[in-house]
Design a protein around this ligand. Structure first.
Ligand code: UDP
Length: 504
């Protein structure tokens, strides 16, 4: 490809999309994949985020530049100190306490000025003005920016349509649900009018609501901004949840486009391993170890980017993994980040399991690990990206949700898709509702051992689960290939914007 300056005339004819992700790994990662997918369809893409987040994805930025993909990464100054957040805390996982999550989210509109300043600069390479803004649903302030630019705003939704639709139902019937839950002796009720038996308890209901008025106000702002959006992109595929795609589209009255699993964006293993952040382990050694393991024998244990467990819980989990006798990779962020009491236990544990288990202290190349044929099971917190990455790779999961959408995601894996086994966690946690060491989700070592056995073996039931997971993997891949449902979904987004541009 020619240099950008040489391409001046062709660029002016191309569509230019502006992407604004939420600064949290679980939201940034799929939007980076989306940016690259759009760029491979001849779209000019501006990806706007803050300096810390850009430096974290430097390998991806470099790779995009080397492959001449038309993506520009734009730095937006985020004045965290002005709102009392610690210096450099430009991503949710960098916040020292979950109590700072709401102040962080409330500070997001501060990105508006730097973004608008960037948009006012005349483009040295002849890129036309953006004709579409795709923003994370939490970046509600972008609604005004799109309005000023007179361009459509599409929202990018992290979770599945199953979650989005159930969440709508719970919202709509909140008072009745709460009354029914109080009255029912089992403390759970069936969500109405669904094709699957989705039994919710206080767990699911209170995980998506907060009684804190500040949180409620924030959620309401998001809801209003969502209503004004022109369409919704969902990181999922129709074949996974056809009924829910249809109903969610009907309920919102907007186009809802499937564009996932975005993690299937094709790239070299080193780049895939650097999704989100640079790996905390020598990838060569890790994959050499995986190459030596029996196909489908390894358990991956990872709780995403934000969840942190207490030392007491880590010890139980470790003992359970050890007793399971299975090879494992265990991602432990807690030990890398803070000196938790008892962290010497970790060093002893590592010595005991040497050769059979690998502990990654910090960031793991998760999507790449899940794609290795040695990995046969995944103990997950049910973050949507993690779940979908497992689906895309045909890996069955043990579901251990902690907060928000994760409880409903668990129901999708277990009750609808039937590719998951439950770890049985009762307590929901709302961001900001936790205090230090009280954040204990009590799963004993015996439970961990039993669950791992059920996940990795599990008799006929286990075989059927694995069979279903492989079928879904094949459907996911077909969806992303040229002509597949998600491939078409992205094309429909482009066509929609192109048509809108003609009208404007
Ligand atoms: N992830 C990773 N390495 C880690 C932890 C997480 O690559 O050590 C990635 C994971 O593959 C997923 C994202 O970070 O793409 C986490 O998103 P998810 O929705 O699963 O959970 P969240 O972090 O939002 O709770």
């Amino acid at each position: 490809m020619n240099s950008e300056a040489d391409d001046y005339s062709s660029n002016t004819k191309r569509l230019h999309f502006l992407l604004v992700p939420l600064m949290e790994q679980g939201h940034m990662i799929p939007m980076i994949d989306l940016a690259r997918l759009l760029a491979t369809r001849d779209i000019l893409v501006t990806f706007a985020t803050t300096p810390v987040n850009l430096s974290r994805i430097q390998p991806i930025v470099d790779r995009a530049a080397a492959s001449a993909l038309p993506i520009r990464f734009v730095e937006l100054h985020f004045p965290v100190a002005d709102v009392g957040l610690p210096d450099g805390c430009e991503s949710v996982d960098l916040l020292p306490s979950t109590e700072l999550i709401l102040p962080f989210l409330n500070a997001l509109p501060l990105l508006r000025d730097p973004l608008e300043a960037h948009l006012r600069i005349s483009d040295p390479f002849g890129w036309p003005k953006p004709v579409c803004l795709i923003s994370d649903n939490q970046q509600h302030w972008t609604a005004d920016v799109a309005r000023c630019l007179n361009i459509p705003r599409l929202i990018f939704h992290g979770p599945s349509c199953f979650f989005l639709y159930c969440n709508l139902l719970i919202n709509r019937h909140r008072a009745e649900l709460e009354a029914a839950l109080e009255a029912s002796s089992g403390g759970s009720i069936m969500l109405p009018d669904l094709p699957h038996p989705i039994r919710v308890s206080n767990r699911e209901v209170s995980a998506v609501f907060s009684s804190d008025p500040d949180w409620s106000k924030y959620m309401e702002t998001i809801r209003v901004a969502e209503e004004s959006a022109d369409g919704v992109l969902v990181n999922s595929f129709v074949e996974l949840e056809p009924w829910y795609f249809e109903r969610y589209g009907e309920a919102t009255g907007k186009p809802v486009w499937p564009v996932g699993p975005l993690s299937l964006y094709k790239e070299e293993i080193e780049v895939k391993a650097a999704r989100g952040r640079v790996s905390s382990i020598d990838n060569n050694l890790l994959f050499q170890w995986l190459d030596k393991q029996v196909v489908g024998s390894v358990v991956l244990v990872s709780f995403g980017s934000v969840i942190r467990n207490t030392m007491a819980q880590l010890v139980e989990l470790g003992h359970g993994l050890e007793a399971s006798g299975r090879p494992f990779i265990w991602v432990v962020k807690e030990v890398a980040e803070r000196q938790v009491p008892g962290s010497e236990w970790v060093a002893e544990f590592e010595k005991r399991v040497e050769g059979r288990g690998i502990m990654i202290r910090g960031w793991a190349p998760q999507a790449a690990i899940l794609g290795h044929e040695a990995v046969g099971g995944f103990v997950t917190h049910c973050g949507w990206n993690s779940m979908l990455e497992a689906v895309a790779m045909g890996v069955v999961m043990a579901t251990w949700p902690h907060l928000y959408d994760q409880f409903l995601n668990e129901l999708l894996a277990v009750e609808v898709l039937k590719i998951g086994v439950v770890v049985a966690v009762e307590e929901p946690k709302m961001f900001g509702a936790e205090k230090g060491d009280e954040v204990v989700v009590k799963v004993s070592r015996g439970d961990v051992e039993r669950i791992v056995e059920r996940l990795m073996v599990g008799g006929k039931e286990g075989e059927e689960r694995r069979e279903r997971a492989k079928e879904l993997r094949d459907k996911a891949r077909t969806a992303m290939e040229e002509g597949g449902s998600s491939w078409k979904g992205l094309q429909d987004v482009i066509n929609y914007v192109s048509e809108r541009q003609k009208i404007l």
